[in-house]
Write a protein that binds this ligand. Structure first.
Ligand SMILES: NC(=O)c1ccc[n+]([C@@H]2O[C@H](COP(=O)([O-])OP(=O)(O)OC[C@H]3O[C@@H](n4cnc5c(N)ncnc54)[C@H](O)[C@@H]3O)[C@@H](O)[C@H]2O)c1
Length: 257
């Protein structure tokens, strides 16, 4: 019950990693505001207990401010912010990318966490009890090969934002960290899994990771919960790969069995 009496906000909570994170924090005692642009799907994601669902597009600053005000009106303060909502883009090479994707993807993946942090941090500072912010980046922000150009750039930006924000807020006892998931089966990666299964290549999914498998949403949620909890009380400004060892290796195709 590491989050007994704590208030948490989780974005992208309708599905996948965000849904598992909301469930994990709730199971450890937190009251959770589940936030998603897909408001209809939030109903199914609600854990048992005193939690709220809020429809919000994280790329819209006014909606983010209204969302945070909504949470504060209900619970009075926020202890934990999980900036998890994200969108993918095509894997087209740089000379063929759709430049409209820059605004769409950076808006959700990078500006979204910045807007939420801007809206939540002043209340944490004023309350003087610290706080924890966990951003969901990606292995794609560390190495090439796990997402399209624009997605990867957005996630590298999230890692940088995590570091700069940790430096801005450390003096107030507010910790800011990121998780960098490897391949996990969620709504975002459904097309990859559908394709592999359809082509009879299911056994190849996740094989590039040293653990030779893909991850589950609850495994990322467990790492987010660790970083959000007092167990990580001296950890800030870090980006933790949760990737079955994927980024530990150069992983040259054909060099391993
Ligand atoms: N699945 C993976 O393999 C993987 C790997 C690395 C990183 N990630 C990251 O994990 C995070 C969660 O993704 P997931 O894999 O659970 O995918 P998902 O598609 O299952 O969940 C993403 C959620 O974000 C919501 N969302 C999208 N745009 C939004 C917006 N503008 N405002 C509010 N909510 C919005 C979606 O409605 C959805 O519920 C993302 O940041 C993603 O980039 C996923």
């Amino acid at each position: 019950m590491r989050f007994d009496g704590k208030i948490a906000v989780v974005t992208g909570a309708s599905s996948g990693i965000g849904r598992a994170t909301a469930a994990r924090l709730a199971s450890e005692g937190a009251k959770v505001a589940l936030v998603d642009v897909n408001e209809a799907a939030l109903k199914e994601a609600m854990p048992e207990g005193d939690h709220i669902a809020i429809g919000c597009d994280v790329s819209d600053e006014a909606q983010v401010r209204a969302c945070v005000n909504n949470v504060l009106a209900k619970y009075g303060h926020i202890d934990v912010l999980c900036n998890n909502a994200g969108v993918a883009c095509s894997h087209a090479p740089i000379h063929q990318v759709d430049n409209a994707d820059w605004d769409r993807v950076l808006g959700v993946n990078l500006r979204g966490p910045a807007y939420f942090t801007q809206a939540v941090a002043p209340g944490m500072i004023e309350r003087g009890q610290g706080g924890a912010i966990v951003n969901t980046a990606s292995v794609a922000g560390i190495r090439s090969g796990a997402g399209g150009n624009i997605y990867s750039a957005s996630k590298a930006g999230v890692i940088s934002l995590t570091q700069t924000t940790a430096c801005d807020l450390g003096q107030y006892g507010i910790r800011v960290n990121a998780v960098c998931p490897g391949l996990v089966e969620t709504g975002m990666t459904k097309p990859v899994f559908d394709y592999a299964r359809g082509a009879g290549k299911e056994d190849k999914l996740g094989k590039r990771a040293e653990l030779r498998r893909f991850g589950k949403p609850w495994e990322i949620a467990a790492a987010i919960a660790f970083l959000a909890s007092d167990d990580a009380s001296f950890v800030t400004g870090q980006a933790l790969p949760v990737d079955g060892g994927n980024t530990a290796s150069l992983n040259m195709p054909g060099m391993k069995v």
